[in-house]
Design a protein around this ligand. Structure first.
Ligand code: M6R
Length: 615
């Protein structure tokens, strides 16, 4: 959570830092701030609110000139979102200024020590403690900023990506990382610092991603030196060529990133299987699986760890791995798994799923599984992310940047990767007949076209949204492969429209939730042809008998549900185990339209952030 940006070079820093913050706003958006050094003075402006609020205020209040600047967009951890708690933070002398993404866990004891030594604090943040700790070390030891940062960080427990500079030495920014991401963009006589590469993509495609426990002094007149924070040893910088382009991170004519990302799914799914799925040859090629095939074939079980939408994709994978490859699967919330002393052996394979690759709980679950000897395989979208680096092997989803806080294309592309893995393992284990295997491959290849078809119901879904936008609650039901889709549909609605929604396996309705059903309760029920259709139709009868409003997600041409339901939304026919890739589309659109009709901030829902880098 929180986005950090910095610039030092020959251009004006303000437009770069401002634009960078706008691009990083998905990481947190409850307050924002920028500090600029104009060659003489350090000018700082910060405020509660969004980057747009900061822009209006800043351009009125301070000079925007200067070739050195840092900026921050915040998701509050320590201290409520207000002007004072916003970053950047000054040290007591006013010489040092810092931005920070992460949490300093021992900030309270450090703060008490600093208070004893005469330091005073304006904010409730852990970050202000850190900048004063650095200043204290710098003054006491009479050392330069870089060394002081290193010594101070050795006293810190917690997570951080920081950028700090000294107004008396305005030719360098010191950065460091542990647990939160930090990229350094390398241009001609200029450097960029950011939580991801999006703020500097139009300026350079050369970047260094700092590893945990590393710091760097980014100095105009010298090459970047990266050091280990613990022992000061030098690390060889690895300069990566970025794949990202500007178009991918802009809205491209759509009113919201979420809608753009929903519509990108046909292409995103194709990009996910491109080069991996050769349906005509009957081949699935995935290096991460081939290289570790023996382990997969000998595994006692697969444990999937993830959070939120990625956890829902994990649930779909549980059905598909067990069904096709006959491997026992357990799906765990990473946040529970990491704290409950799970039984893990060297014969277990842990698959971690994460769009961002930065989710703190998922990362911690990976570290725990590795410490117990398990082989960890990562399914990530963000290339070079912490999870991608931490895992033993993995497969990227190649969905392109997902900026809307509500995950959409991440979900369908995660399911696509996991389906490819399940099919490959099923083939290797001989748990599927050759004809069934090939049928699946061909059908998977058709999914992008079918998603395009499913998207054509958009206008119809918008009209349905109009009728139900004022509901206080909604129930989402599905069975088998579509039970996780019901959970995901409910999550989408909750997070962007703030309407309470619950997902349930349809058959569980009778064990409690049926008590909620009356004429005011809309029930969205997934009733595709092959998924226990008759049983789901019986559930629909039960809802109808209690006057619930029924919105059925059905297979094209369905007659039975149409007769019973208040509304139906059709999706093309496919194999049952691929159906989540289609049934999820109307649920994404429904939540999107309801949130838009209610005037909610679709891309930046309240209290949320795109990557949850704190536990
Ligand atoms: O980046 P990750 O996939 O690890 O993120 C996990 C969850 O935080 C994420 O899926 C969250 O639930 C989304 N807001 C859901 O739309």
């Amino acid at each position: 959570m929180c986005g950090i940006v910095g610039y030092i070079g020959h251009r004006e820093a303000y437009p770069i830092v401002l634009k960078g913050l706008q691009r990083l706003e998905y990481r947190g958006y409850d307050s924002a701030g920028i500090a600029l050094y104009d060659g003489k003075d350090l000018n700082l402006c910060k405020t509660k609110g969004k980057v747009a609020d900061l822009k209006t205020l800043l351009e009125k209040e301070i000079s925007t000139s200067g070739k050195l600047g840092i900026g921050h967009t915040r998701w509050a951890t320590h201290g409520v979102p207000n002007d004072v708690n916003s970053h950047p933070h000054y040290s007591n002398s006013g010489n040092l200024v810092i931005i920070h993404n992460g949490i300093i866990e021992n900030y309270d004891s450090l703060k008490k020590e600093l208070i004893k030594r005469g330091y005073t604090f304006q904010s409730d943040t852990d970050t202000e403690v850190l900048v004063n700790l650095i200043e204290d070390v710098m003054t006491n030891e009479n050392i330069k900023l870089g060394k002081a940062v290193q010594l101070a960080l050795n006293q810190v427990i917690g997570a951080y990506a920081i950028a700090v500079f000294d107004k008396n030495k305005p030719n360098e920014i010191v950065v460091a990382k542990l647990g939160s991401p930090l990229a350094i963009g390398i241009g001609e006589g200029e450097f960029f610092i950011a939580s991801d590469a999006s703020p500097f993509i139009e300026f350079t495609d050369n970047a260094i991603y700092l590893e945990d426990h590393e710091m760097a002094i980014v100095r105009l007149d010298k090459d970047i030196k990266i050091r280990k924070i613990e022992d000061d040893s030098l690390v060889n910088p690895y300069i990566q060529k970025l794949q990202l382009n500007l178009e991918q991170i802009e809205k491209g004519g759509y009113p919201h990133f979420m809608l753009k990302e929903i519509y990108e799914q046909p292409l995103a799914i194709k990009d996910t299987y491109r080069g991996r799925l050769l349906a005509d040859e009957g081949i699935i090629k995935m290096a991460g699986i081939e290289d570790n095939m023996k382990r997969f074939l000998n595994a006692d079980r697969i444990i999937i760890v993830a959070c939120g939408t990625s956890w829902h994709a994990g649930l779909v994978a549980e059905y598909i791995f067990e069904d096709l490859a006959r491997i026992p699967v357990e799906v765990e919330y990473a946040s529970e798994f990491r704290y409950r002393n799970p039984v893990i052996t060297e014969k277990d394979i842990v698959i971690s799923i994460s769009q961002s690759g930065e989710t703190a709980d998922t990362l911690a679950a990976i570290k725990l599984a590795k410490s117990k000897g398990a082989f960890v395989f990562g399914v990530c979208n963000v290339v070079g992310s912490s999870i991608a680096r931490e895992t033993d092997a993995g497969a990227y989803t190649h969905a392109g940047p997902e900026i809307g806080v509500a995950s959409t294309k991440a979900f369908t592309t995660q399911i696509t990767v996991l389906t490819l893995i399940a099919l490959r393992l099923a083939r290797a284990k001989g748990t599927m007949s050759s004809s069934d295997y090939r049928r699946h491959l061909h059908e998977l290849e058709l999914i992008p076209e079918k998603v395009t078809e499913a998207l054509k119901a958009d206008k119809h879904i918008q009209a349905i949204s109009e009728l139900y936008k004022d509901s206080r609650n909604m129930l989402y039901l599905g069975r088998g492969y579509n039970f996780p889709v019901a959970l995901e549909g409910a999550l989408k609605l909750k997070e962007i429209s703030y309407i309470h929604a619950e997902g349930y396996p349809a058959a569980e309705m009778k064990h409690g939730p049926i008590a909620l059903i009356d004429e005011n309760m809309p029930v969205i029920i997934i009733a595709t042809k092959k998924g226990h259709y008759d049983k789901v139709v019986s559930n629909i009868q039960e809802i109808k008998a209690r006057k619930g409003k029924i919105i059925g997600i059905v297979t094209e041409g369905d007659v039975n549900v149409r007769e019973l339901a208040d509304h139906v939304i059709e999706v093309p026919e496919t194999l049952e185990n691929l159906s989540p890739l289609l049934t999820t589309i109307p649920l994404q659109l429904l939540s999107y339209h309801i949130a838009v009709l209610l005037g909610k901030n679709v891309d930046q829902p309240r209290n949320l952030a795109k990557s949850v880098t704190v536990e």
